[in-house]
Design a protein around this ligand. Sequence first.
Ligand code: HPA
Ligand code: ZN
Length: 325
Amino acid sequence: ADRAAFIAALPKAELHLHIEGSLEPEMMFALAQRNGVRLAFDSIEAIRAAYEFSNLQDFLDIYYQGMAVLRCEQDFYDLTAAYLARAAADNVRHVEIFFDPQGHTERGLAFADVVGGIARALADAGARGISSRLIMCFLRHLSEADAEATLDQALPHLHLIHGVGLDSSEVGHPPDKFARVFARARGLGLKIVAHAGEEGPPDYVWQALDVLGVDRIDHGNRALEDDALVQRIVADGLTLTVCPLSNLKLCVVKQLAAHPLRRMLAAGLKATVNSDDPAYFGGYVSANFIAVADALDLERDEIITLARNSFTGSFLSPAEQAPHL
Ligand code: HPA
Ligand code: ZN
């Protein structure tokens, strides 16, 4: 209880959050009604009961189904505003949010409505003291040409978009499939991140570094299987955005007591704690901190390090980070 209160009060940043993964069943139901979308579930309880996953793909199948209730700019505003209220309640002072435009444009929505609704909620939160960055992810199960077309669509909105990422089904879709589109994004001045080593092998993390030139690694768990890779990530000073409850729910770890977070810190890796898709995985950022700290019996100085890493690993400038350190 003491540890939970300490964690709750600690200023934090969240660096790995898919905004579509913050869609709670209550809002899913309400938006389905508002938009006349038919859901495969007839109650909020039935939705929650369906959230049993044995791997990443199991989850993604439900995640793409859920986002179908998002139809217009206001829906994206409401979704983002609800997440930001939860984050503020957890003492989150800065957020770097992923969105999956292809999950919406392929359903006929306008790119401008998606990015516009999210950015409007972020701007409102900014006025209340929560800073933010927006990161556009490419869906790796789709083609590089599709990612290129998505980057084209983003061009008129780059004042709202700080970086690009890579998410969705990892195994079979290595980073080098997207070498050209990430090179173009970097040329446009965008930051580069990628999910790597969640289910995929260490080689995919090497590719994220050497082919994409990532500024940060999302997950990175399986990097620990390769000592030379760990040394490289430490030498480059790259941050890992680790997601404990996600790892548990997607069976990346069998139990939280076996989570590699402490080993990451001990190896000199700049790990952070994040919620990934909190509506699906059972908790926001403080719940992730508390669950993993309890399971691993983390010391207070380890918890402080994790919170500090969330600011130093963010895309805030040093001057913007300073008040939080
Ligand atoms: N991994 C890959 N893709 C995703 C995730 C994740 O945890 N969440 C949403 N898209
Ligand atoms: Zn993720």
